[in-house]
Design a protein around this ligand. Structure first.
Ligand code: SF4
Length: 72
């Protein structure tokens, strides 16, 4: 379980935009997203979540992803 970061994914938002799931898989520099079992969805790769650099690219791509800092 990640200690510092939580990544929330709302696939009901992501699947509405064609190609968005694939874009998320490609955009994250530390591979936090992988293709989900249903078409046009993603899953979070939990073991990579703490590698998140807070680069914001996923949230710029969609409102269907929220990166939450668990520390401050
Ligand atoms: S903020 Fe950047 S590193 Fe973190 S999940 Fe999004 S794309 Fe990946």
């Amino acid at each position: 379980m990640a200690m510092f970061i939580r990544v929330d994914v709302d696939n009901s938002v992501i699947e509405k935009t064609s190609g968005l799931a694939q874009k998320l898989v490609e955009v994250c520099p530390v591979k936090i997203f992988k293709p989900g079992s249903a078409p046009n969805t993603v899953e979070v790769v939990e073991e990579n979540v703490d590698e998140c650099t807070l680069c914001d690219l996923c949230m710029q791509a969609t409102e269907g992803v929220k990166v939450v800092k668990l520390y401050e």
